[in-house]
Design a protein around this ligand. Structure first.
Ligand code: ATP
Length: 364
């Protein structure tokens, strides 16, 4: 297996610059997920690593090899696509072994490699079936097995689960994670689904507009998002944002809430807030870090919709004219059309500079 290094990678389609300057180092055996909204350039970045898309500038290395101008077949990578791209007239075994056959490898070598790959993805009982006789999950496993037989330096996955239903996606997620553990392989995986990214990755790379907003392990992204974009993208339901003002209180800096109430944030924000006294700040609080509070609540939202999910309820509505969601216990009896008092857990408070949109805690 091998590391993958992108240095100053750029991509333009005609006059349109999709990736202005991408730097990323992926360690040997690391599972990295590129995630971001539609059109942010994650598939293009993956296809450049595969050699399926020519880069406009910069350098791609796999291990110590500069592969920037190498054709895909010489890069020793294997890619699994969203549409499994199986040959319908061939059975599972022939689909898995097709690449080896095309390269002229011996029948015995193909048989052994197919059997081994099929065992890893639990398809060994289905080798004679044709793709149309398989479920979506089984088809995707054939596509993964086809990548396995290549014994590549790096596995690339391009939204491999997006054609599967929700339950199967969860199952396949577990299988891919296990595959990574068993193979100890370098894997780069593209998805627009932040839950998939968080559950699979050693490290998540959040992209936006062809740039990396933050690259970190899932827990750091969740608890220490570097900016408003990452804070809003990671986590479901999304983080709430409230426009507040930094003010100077008698015992140190405080936050002035939209209704005039005051909140004292944890000490780690004090230095940054003192520099911003009198200026607008963005307060972020996740729905799961709010609690119902009828006596002198710090925040009051207008509830427009109550979603009962069994284990908890979501109160969906507005606070100071902005969308706001709170996750409360299932026993909480909120009424649609009325207001609900809430207290934020201040140890999970986030504050961002309203101009730069960067976390007041600075980089991790
Ligand atoms: P999605 O999740 O929707 O697949 P993505 O983040 O993977 O999005 P890309 O497929 O990398 O995004 O596309 C990035 C941008 O490049 C998009 O605006 C897309 O329209 C544009 N693009 C991709 N391929 C081409 C092409 N061959 N010619 C012109 N523009 C392209």
């Amino acid at each position: 297996m091998a590391s993958v290094t992108l240095r100053g990678l750029t991509k333009s389609f005609g006059a349109l610059q999709i990736i202005p300057d991408l730097d990323l180092e992926i360690a040997d055996k690391e599972f990295v997920v590129l995630v971001g909204p539609s059109g942010c350039g994650k598939t293009t970045a993956l296809r450049m690593i595969a050699g399926l898309e020519e880069s406009s500038g910069g350098k791609i290395s796999i291990g110590a090899r500069d592969v920037t101008s190498l054709r895909p077949g010489l890069r020793n990578i294997a890619m699994v696509f969203q549409n499994y791209a199986l040959y319908p007239h061939m059975n599972v075994g022939a689909n898995i072994g097709y690449g080896m056959k095309a390269r002229g490898e011996s029948a015995d070598a193909i048989k052994a490699a197919v059997a081994k790959a099929a065992r890893i993805v639990a398809l060994d009982k289905l080798l004679e079936r044709r793709p149309k006789e398989l479920s979506g999950g089984q088809r995707q496993r054939v596509a993964i097995a086809r990548a396995l037989v290549r014994d590549p330096d790096v596995f690339l996955f391009d939204e491999p689960l997006s054609n599967l239903d929700a339950k199967l996606r969860v199952e396949m997620r577990t299988e891919i994670r296990k595959l990574h553990r068993d193979l100890q392989a370098t894997m780069i995986y593209v998805t627009h689904d932040q839950v998939e990214a968080m559950t699979l990755a050693d490290r998540v790379v959040v992209m936006n507009g062809g740039r990396i907003e933050q690259a970190a392990d899932p827990m750091t992204l969740y608890s220490r998002p570097a900016n408003v974009f990452v804070a809003g993208f990671i986590g479901a339901p999304s983080m709430n944002f409230v426009a507040v003002t930094a003010v100077s209180g008698s015992a140190g800096p405080q936050i002035k809430l939209p209704d005039g109430g005051l909140l004292t944030p944890p000490a780690q924000f004090h230095t940054a807030l003192l520099r911003l006294v009198g200026q607008p700040v963005i307060m972020g609080i996740r729905p799961e870090h709010l609690q119902e509070s009828s006596d002198s609540p710090l925040l009051t939202m207008r509830v427009e919709n109550v979603e009962t999910l069994g284990s908890h309820r979501l109160l969906i509505g507005q606070l100071a004219g902005a969308p706001f969601t709170a996750q409360v216990q299932s026993g909480y009896s909120a009424v649609e059309g009325q207001s609900a008092g809430l207290s934020p857990d201040l140890s999970h408070l986030h504050l961002f500079d309203a101009t730069t949109k960067l976390s007041l805690l600075g980089p991790q």
